[in-house]
Structure formats: structure tokens, C-alpha cells
Design a protein around this ligand. Structure first.
Ligand SMILES: C[S@@+](CC[C@H](N)C(=O)[O-])C[C@H]1O[C@@H](n2cnc3c(N)ncnc32)[C@H](O)[C@@H]1O
Length: 273
């Protein structure tokens, strides 16, 4: 019943999405233009030859991970060793298809210098971001993962795929951001670590000190739970958020290092998994 009301609420912005995207693309504001273009190119599957080459390489690697027999061994909540299949982690916990393409397109559009990812898992979403950085011929990516086993697997994957420029860190996001990376600045951030609303709010408050003016901050799974959705709604009201875009799966913010008088919100629901 709740899902029915959520879908009913999303129907008008869904029907209005094409017009909204055209308005964004025709806007005088560069950030709005780039968001509109990144989303539209994803929906229409517009990709040039060079992009396609890098993008296909990522998809080929994902197909290998899905058919892999490898596992990572981790401790479960009761401290017992449990083997997690790479194929399951790729299917269940990793960004692929449409959303991987959107990460790729956003990095292509914004051409960020320093990118940051919170929650590497086994490295799939980092591959999409790294592919866009390669096509851009500039930029860097730092990614943080709590699980040592997933971190080790991702590092091996990055080396095997010619992505050893990715700076991979094993540790807790909050500790790494406030200790190891406290002096850094990031132009693009993908938030996909602890899926609790409280953690999301905390990450955002730390990121406020690390994000550059006009940085793109993306929150994954904003409809994962009512708690995550509540946190997303709180974040998009923040005085340092200039624009925010609710894409149903991703919440995207354009960050301002000055307080804004009015933060503008867009709803562009995309139902693709
Ligand atoms: C949904 S997965 C990330 C998926 C990855 N971004 C992708 O799409 O390929 C979330 C990851 O965040 C990690 N994580 C959860 N809490 C964390 C924390 N406090 N610090 C660092 N990593 C954390 C988990 O171990 C898990 O691997």
C-alpha cells in the first residue's frame, strides 16, 4: 500500500521528466546543463565511439565477475567465518547498468579533478568512474572500504584492469575522512557505504569541509529505507546545497561553499535496476 502511494506521488514528475530535462539542458547554468545532459544521454543511450570502448571494457569485466567462482571470506555478525561469492556481491551490492552509466556520464560532463567514493565493495562502481576519468584524460579517484577482504579483492581488480591509479583505502569512512583525508578537497563524491540515515547525515557533515564549491555529491539508494529517504530529504534542505535532483535511486546535490538563500529541488524519477 505504501509503495502504491509512493508511485502515485512520483507519477506527475515521471510524466514531466522529458520537459524538465530539456529545461535543464537549455538552462544558462552550467551545472544544470551538465546534469540534464548526463541523465538524458543515459536514457537515450547516446555514447560516442571512444566512450563505448572504455564502457564495454567495464561491462566485460562485470560479466566475468558475475560468472566468477571466487569468494571473499568475512566474519559474520556472530564472528563466524562466512564465504561471500563474488558473483553475488556483483549482482546484489554493486552499481551496474544504468546507474554505472550515469556515474560515468556525470564524470564525463563535470570533468572533476579529485573524485571520492565512500564504499568500494569489490570495486565495480569505481571501474565506471575510472573509465570516465580515463576518457577525460585527467582526474583521480580515491575509494574507501571497511572490509579488508573486499578492499584486497578491489585492489587486485584495479591492478588487473589497468586502474592502479585508483587510490584505495581500507578503513572506516568517518575515520579516514577526518584523519587521513582531512586536508584534501574533492570535486565529485559518490556516497555508497553505511546504509543508515544517521551515517548519511554524518558523511554529509564531514563532506562539507572536504567538498569544493560546485562539487557534485551523489547519494546512492536514497529509497533503500524510510530512514535513508528521511536523511536524503534533510540533506537536500541544507543551506550548502544549491541544487538537488531526486532520481529515485540516486540523490544528486550540487554543493555550494557559501550558504544559499534558496535551494532548488528537482524530481526526475528513473525506474531502472
Ligand atoms: C553497497 S556496497 C558498495 C558498492 C559499490 N559502491 C559498487 O557499487 O560497486 C557498500 C560497501 O560499503 C562498505 N561499508 C559499510 N560501512 C562502511 C564504513 N563505515 N566505512 C567504509 N566502508 C563501509 C561495505 O563493506 C560495502 O562493501
Amino acid at each position: 500500500m505504501i509503495k502504491f502511494f509512493v508511485l502515485l506521488k512520483l507519477l506527475p514528475p515521471f510524466l514531466n521528466r522529458k520537459r524538465q530535462l530539456d529545461n535543464l539542458i537549455n538552462s544558462d547554468d552550467n551545472a544544470l546543463k551538465k546534469i540534464g545532459k548526463a541523465v538524458k544521454d543515459c536514457l537515450e543511450n547516446n555514447i560516442d565511439k571512444e566512450e563505448e570502448k572504455y564502457f564495454d571494457e567495464v561491462n566485460f569485466r562485470i560479466s566475468q565477475l558475475i560468472s566468477s567462482n571466487e569468494s571473499v571470506v568475512e566474519l559474520d555478525s556472530e564472528g563466524r567465518k562466512a564465504a561471500l561469492k563474488i558473483s553475488s556481491l556483483t549482482k546484489q551490492s554493486s552499481r551496474k547498468d544504468f546507474w554505472g552509466r550515469l556515474l560515468f556520464n556525470l564524470i564525463r560532463q563535470f570533468n572533476p579533478g579529485n573524485c571520492l567514493e565512500l564504499g568500494t565493495c569489490i570495486g565495480v562502481s569505481a571501474l565506471f568512474q575510472a573509465a570516465a576519468i580515463k576518457v577525460n584524460s585527467s582526474g583521480s579517484l580515491t575509494t574507501i572500504e571497511l572490509s579488508e577482504e573486499r578492499f584486497n579483492f578491489a585492489q587486485k581488480l584495479f591492478a588487473e584492469t589497468g586502474n592502479d591509479f585508483i587510490h584505495s583505502i581500507n578503513g572506516d569512512v568517518e575515520e579516514v575522512l577526518t584523519e587521513n583525508l582531512s586536508g584534501e578537497k574533492f570535486d565529485f563524491v559518490f556516497v555508497d557505504a553505511n546504509h543508515k540515515g544517521e551515517a548519511l547525515i554524518k558523511y554529509f557533515s564531514i563532506l562539507c569541509n572536504l567538498a569544493t564549491d560546485n562539487a557534485v555529491i551523489i547519494f546512492d539508494d536514497i529509497n533503500w529505507s524510510p530512514d535513508m529517504n528521511k536523511a536524503w530529504k534533510e540533506i537536500r534542505e541544507n543551506v550548502n546545497v544549491k541544487y538537488s535532483f531526486d532520481l529515485f535511486e540516486f540523490g544528486v546535490c550540487i554543493f555550494s561553499n557559501k550558504q544559499v538563500n534558496q535551494n532548488k529541488k528537482y524530481s526526475l524519477p528513473i525506474f531502472s535496476y
